[in-house]
Design a protein around this ligand. Sequence first.
Ligand SMILES: [Zn+2]
Length: 339
Amino acid sequence: MKLCAANKSQLGVPNVKLIGNMHGNEPVGREMIINMIQYLIDGYRGGDEEIVGLVSTTKVHLMPSLNPDGYRMAVEGYCTRGPGRDNGRGKDLNRDFPTRLDWNNSDEQPETSAVRRWMSSVQFVLSASLHSGALVVSYPFDAPTEHHCLEDMGECLVAGSWRATTESITGDDDVFRHLATLYSNNNPRIPLGCGQHEKFNNGIINGALWYPTTGSMQDYNYLFHGCLELTLQISCCKYPFAHMLEAIWHENHRALIKLMGEVQRGVKGVVREKASGRSLAGARVSLEGTNRATTNTTPIGEYWKILLPGKYSLKVSMHRMILAVLLIVCSSSPIDVFK
Ligand SMILES: [Zn+2]
């Protein structure tokens, strides 16, 4: 489902997505996203300022269930384990995505392929995958750093057999921490955690520091598309009874709206050829002097990059030729750069 009230011809409207139920026995996200669809429609029609602002400026894509086969096998009330985590072929979808070291998986699952095709056709800027079984917001990388992998390749590639003692951070770590903290701060339960053994600092954690895995969806989003995806663990019980869902909705709906609104932070613009005014598709937009994820312009030349306040040097290149370098100052509100 896609919701957007912006004019179709309007340039620079970013795409954000929420995906639920990747693990079939964690259907809390599925219910939150189904409810979010109605909530956004009602809020827009009722003139809710925040919701009108969101859907007038953003394309909101909502996928309640990535794993309907697993969901069919899952059992209500099973809080820790139980059937349905994997897809119908017995594969964990959150270990199935291409990685830095293994980008061509011959056994790729159809659900994974569908998400990858979707991501190739829509340039997503910000994303969240909703899970349950813990209370924490995790952010990339889930995979141990390349350095660690090279040191001990065998162990590194076997998910769960390697315990990280250090974070595996991206070039956009400041932004990920900001987004994760924003979600945690707007959710009354996440900072409290689920118990003594699972208390996280401010309710957030780097994926690899929590437990390293390879082939996760959030790592794929970042590595292959420059899309910032968070993994939201929003209920201690994986599959709580239905009567508990309303409370979980009230703990999360505001945080979800706030998170989606962050897609407007940073810089966005359109790359055009100076002489002809023609939009340039596929130009590479990067931040000089950093290892932040780069982004390519859309077929009509648009780009977006979420950044925290500060000074940046924005570089636009194509076929290894530098087309422009702009010094920009980001404040807490978004800026537009048209070139
Ligand atoms: Zn999960």
